[in-house]
Design a binder for this molecule. Structure first.
Ligand SMILES: Nc1ncnc2c1ncn2[C@@H]1O[C@H](COP(=O)(O)OP(=O)(O)O)[C@@H](O)[C@H]1O
Ligand SMILES: [Mg+2]
Length: 332
């Protein structure tokens, strides 16, 4: 069984410490890595780059025009960056500056108001955090594993697969994981669809703060529903298909051929399709969904998931057409 390195845990324990580090970097000098400050031009006064940061902060209402001028003057006299000056003058926080940098580098990142509305989307709200970094690491491994050709001896082209996120129990973090993985995939600029196939306890619409009037259950029961796939405003290449009305017959719905056909059609339209599922304890839904998706990733919760349940889950998956692409240990 393919296994992710156990150290790739999506934990939030050291998050604050890491965030603190990023703050310090943003405020005090060259910072390698995701915020892109290493690409900044030399510390010249009023450079185009710094102007742009000021413009961005002004556009989002963080700085007034006269404050931008004051920051530029401070920057010139102290020979520091625009962001540092804005923070030093108390006009912007380091989060504001990171936000502006992310905008400048076209890196989807949620402003504070939205971060409050969707607190579980750590990959979007806190892209420089330890958790977001873990999601990016998992994303890289998954992209390689999903693209790997069939096992030795098999012939034919590599199949395109959707990824079902499965786990033994509720509360293991499937929904949290699928949502943030989808954000991380979409941050690459690739069209990514997140499907809520947890027809027993749908939650993705809550995580993204979007309506759930219509969705997968309607499509599978043959209702023609317009506009069921919703675009996530903060991440232009991310789309969500919620459940819609919670149906009385979830297993029957995912067992219908319509689900497999839908997956095939969606795979033709999106670069990545990530599918959230109900816990395995509720029945065969997650196995059936994984088989239709073609690939499965198991989420195990540290100090909660039982080895026996994980073994059983992977044994059933190994009998199914789904490729088990890995196990992620969720630590929270
Ligand atoms: N790595 C994590 N860090 C912080 N909170 C988490 C993490 N994983 C899960 N959670 C939280 O735990 C709760 C249950 O997670 P959820 O994704 O709904 O589990 P599942 O879908 O497997 O039932 C949610 O409130 C979620 O935000
Ligand atoms: Mg869930």
């Amino acid at each position: 069984m393919a296994k992710f390195n156990d150290s790739v845990a999506v934990a939030d324990r050291s998050d604050e410490a890491v965030r603190g580090g990023v703050h310090a970097e943003a405020a005090s000098g060259p910072s390698p890595g995701a915020n892109g400050t290493r690409h900044e031009p030399p510390r010249s006064s009023g450079s185009l780059h710094d102007r742009a940061i000021g413009d961005i902060l002004r556009e989002v209402g963080k700085l007034k025009a006269e404050q931008v001028d004051e920051v530029l003057a401070h920057q010139r006299s102290h020979g520091v960056r625009f962001g540092e000056s804005a923070i030093a003058l108390g006009y912007a926080s380091s989060d504001d500056v990171l936000f502006a940098l992310a905008q400048q580098f076209h890196y989807p990142y949620a402003p504070q108001e939205q971060a409050n509305a969707c607190p579980e989307l750590v990959a979007l709200n806190r892209p420089f955090s330890h958790q977001a970094e873990a999601f990016r690491a998992i994303r890289s491994q998954l992209i390689m594993r999903m693209a790997a050709p069939p096992a030795t001896g098999a012939t034919g082209a590599t199949l395109r697969r959707a990824l079902a996120v499965v786990s033994p129990d509720t509360g293991d973090g499937k929904t949290f994981f699928s949502a943030n993985l989808a954000v991380a995939l979409a941050q690459l600029g690739e069209r990514t669809l997140l499907v809520d196939a947890d027809l027993r306890g749908p939650r993705l619409h809550e995580v993204f703060g979007m309506p759930n009037n219509a969705g997968l259950s309607g499509i599978l029961s043959g209702r023609s529903e317009a506009q069921v796939i919703q675009q996530v405003a903060a991440v232009p290449s991310l789309y969500v298909l919620p459940v819609g009305v919670t149906p009385p017959n979830p297993l029957e719905l995912v067992e219908r051929p319509a689900f497999g056909l839908l997956m095939r059609e969606l795979l033709a339209r999106f670069d990545h399709v990530v599918v959230d599922t109900p816990a395995a304890i509720y029945g065969a839904d997650s196995y059936v969904i994984a088989a239709r998706c073609g690939a499965a990733l198991v989420v195990a919760r540290r100090h909660a998931s039982r080895i026996g349940a994980l073994r059983e889950l992977s044994a059933v998956l190994s009998e199914s057409p789904a490729r088990l692409v890995g196990v992620v240990l969720n630590e929270f």
